[in-house]
Write a protein that binds this ligand. Structure first.
Ligand code: CP
Ligand code: NVA
Length: 308
């Protein structure tokens, strides 16, 4: 079953095909009103379930619009409103949904929920974010880098801040696409070692540098994300702010990267915490291109899953 569960679980050839197809899909729609259908209607007659156990703006709207532009229909489901939130097993939910819909996208907490859904579904399942990874975001980010700067292979990407789920998918991508990755952040917020080891085993340099100014030297891309993720306890907020303040992406830090370095943030952002407004709205920032490219990249992911 062609699930899209993580970037390290999909072949480099399939990933490359999806990024290139996303570019073609975007180009084919250039200048069109948002409500106008794509010329191709590969999802005509298809029904897609979009399940959210956490909040979402970009993932929810970009999947919904993407399916509709490709001729399909969606149902957006809140985990809390389903029997899933009241004791029905994930396995039974997967078996039942597979009788009604052609594709399932789920945003959830535990990775185990996603994996159980995929194991028991008889239709493809897409990871719309778990506590551990966020592969659809990184597909959009790679597409965005390449449309501005050409191939990502051999480039230097620097992540400043919390070693979270979005970092983890960047680490998966480093191994699959062949770019170097530097993590800069405080030791308590280091990423899981397995993500680093796995990328290194694929021959790329993944390093940890505690000094953010040293870390960003020569960077082609500087990335950050919220200091407190949706699955983190709000009680951690003050401690995290103290731990991460030195890793804020501001103009002084970005000035140490390459002159043409790009700045990315998956959004939603807490302006002037993890990144200053001057950086987010400045000349290096491509944050809204990233958000737009969720739409195009996920269309390519859905087409790959359904082989249409
Ligand atoms: N970047 C991202 O996944 O945003 P949402 O939480 O709004 O979906
Ligand atoms: N790391 C963030 C990403 C949000 C899109 C979170 O999990 O809340």
């Amino acid at each position: 079953m062609p699930h899209f569960l993580d970037i390290n679980k999909t072949t480099p050839e399939a990933l490359r095909h999806m990024i290139d197809n996303a570019r073609a899909i975007k180009d084919a729609r250039a200048g069109r009103p948002k409500g106008m259908a794509d010329d191709d209607q590969p999802l005509a007659g298809h029904m897609v379930a979009l399940i959210f156990e956490k909040p979402s703006t970009r993932t929810r709207v970009s999947f919904d619009v993407g399916v509709r532009q490709m001729g399909g229909q969606t149902m957006v489901l809140s985990g809390a409103d389903m029997q899933l939130g009241h004791g029905e097993t994930i396995a039974d939910t997967a078996r039942v949904l597979s009788r009604y819909v052609d594709l399932i996208m789920i945003r959830t907490f535990e990775e185990a929920t996603l994996l159980e859904m995929a194991e028991h579904a008889t239709v493809p399942v897409i990871n719309g974010l778990t506590n551990r990874t966020h592969p659809c975001q990184i597909m959009a980010d790679l597409m965005t880098f390449e449309e501005h700067r050409g191939p990502i292979k051999g480039r230097k990407v620097v992540w400043s801040g919390d070693g979270n789920n979005v970092f983890a998918s960047f680490a998966h991508a480093a191994g699959q696409f062949g770019f170097d990755l530097v993590f800069t952040g405080p030791p308590p917020l280091d990423p899981e070692q397995v993500f680093i080891d796995e990328a290194r085993a694929k021959g790329v340099n993944v390093t940890i540098e505690r000094d953010p100014y040293k870390a960003v030297e020569g960077a082609d891309l500087v990335v950050t994300d919220t200091w407190v993720s949706m699955h983190d306890p709000q009680s951690a907020r003050e401690r995290r702010h103290n731990q991460l303040r030195a890793y804020q992406v501001n103009e002084a830090l970005l000035a140490r990267a390459k002159p043409d370095a790009l700045f990315m943030h998956c959004l939603p952002a807490h302006r002037d915490d993890e990144a200053t407004s001057a950086v987010m709205d400045g000349p290096h920032s491509v944050i809204f291109d990233e958000a737009e490219n969720r739409l195009h990249a996920q269309k390519a992911v859905m087409r790959w899953c359904l082989d249409v």
